[in-house]
Ligand binder design. Structure first.
Ligand code: UTP
Length: 291
């Protein structure tokens, strides 16, 4: 990609069925890992990667996400009045002042590819990021996953997709890539990509996780993409078409991923962060010792 990444799309219009009944009223992205909702971790990673325009693709039931990033006048006034400066700073820190949040609606949950296409009028023709907030990625050693990918996209002038090795019997839960030439220690050229293949049909065990850096060209390809796996318009199918025209890299990011789209991953992420928090770690150790 010849331009720096400024825009990031968050497709958050899914139904979140794996967290029902909570997701009847609470958007999956608002489920907390300790005291911050999942979406906040993703937004922080996007801002750290250099983004200044965040585009949330939501549905009509997910007002909470817009409310969360809006200014909370009454709450802020009360905290200020009571001199609760630390809490006030936390409430104000959800979105830095140089970053704008734009909300677009996906009228019907027709698939991830369709959700990304809904952001076309705001993104236009420039490279952009896509982040699925239920993939929480922590890199305590350095730059976040999207920042690493944005750098690779600029260096190699290519689209970049985050991948991770997944157990062979789990390929039906992921987009799976077949890679060719290695570009460097983290990146290889993608030859072929397929959505949710059965293990016996999977071209590898490299699964796509929820971070992408894509060229604006993907929108024209998404417009032509027909429903695929699960009857949904799949981003994977449009990327497979993009591969016929330009290089796209599979990127093995540095960091640890927690799949918070299911209960097991959400619990693991919560425990991981709790054990790193000096106030909470003793409580976790005590709870295990008591068993
Ligand atoms: P998932 O496959 O995790 O689906 O979507 P989901 O609805 O969020 O959750 P489950 O499987 O029912 O529990 C992957 C990402 O794509 C978004 C979701 O919000 C999630 O971030 N998505 C999916 C959309 O925005 N629109 C869609 O039509 C489908």
């Amino acid at each position: 990609m010849s331009k720096r990444l400024r825009k990031v799309v968050f497709p958050v219009a899914g139904l979140g069925t794996r967290f029902l009944p909570a997701t009847k009223v609470v958007a999956k992205e608002m489920l907390p890992v300790l005291d911050r909702p999942l979406i906040q971790y993703a937004v922080d990673e996007a801002v750290e990667a250099g983004a200044d325009t965040l585009i949330f693709v939501t549905n009509r039931y997910k007002h909470a996400i817009a409310d969360y990033f809006d200014k909370a006048y009454e709450l802020e006034a009360k905290l200020a009045e009571k001199g609760k400066e630390t809490l006030l700073a936390q409430v104000r820190s959800t979105l830095p002042s140089h970053v704008r949040a734009i909300f677009v609606t996906q009228p019907e949950a027709l698939g991830l590819g369709h959700a990304v296409l809904c952001a076309k009028p705001v993104v236009g023709d420039e490279p952009f990021g896509v982040m699925l907030p239920d993939d929480l990625i922590l890199n305590e050693e350095g730059a976040g996953a999207l920042g690493q990918m944005a750098e690779a996209a600029l260096t190699h002038d290519a689209g970049v997709i985050a991948v991770e090795e997944v157990p062979h019997d789990q390929t039906h839960k992921y987009g799976i890539v077949a890679t060719g030439d290695e570009i460097d220690a983290h990146a290889s050229k993608i030859r072929h990509m397929v959505e949710k293949p059965k293990p016996e049909e999977a071209p590898s065990n490299l699964g796509v996780v929820g971070r992408y850096v894509l060229p604006g060209r993907i929108f024209a390809l998404l417009e032509k993409t027909r429903p695929g796996s699960g009857g949904e318009i799949q981003l994977t199918d449009a990327i497979e078409a993009l591969l016929q025209e330009q290089s796209v890299l599979a990127y093995r990011f540095a960091g640890q991923r927690f799949d918070c789209g299911n209960k097991r991953g959400l619990v693991r992420a919560t425990m991981h962060l709790a054990l790193r928090d000096p106030e909470l770690a003793p409580a976790v150790h005590e709870a295990f010792a008591a068993r």
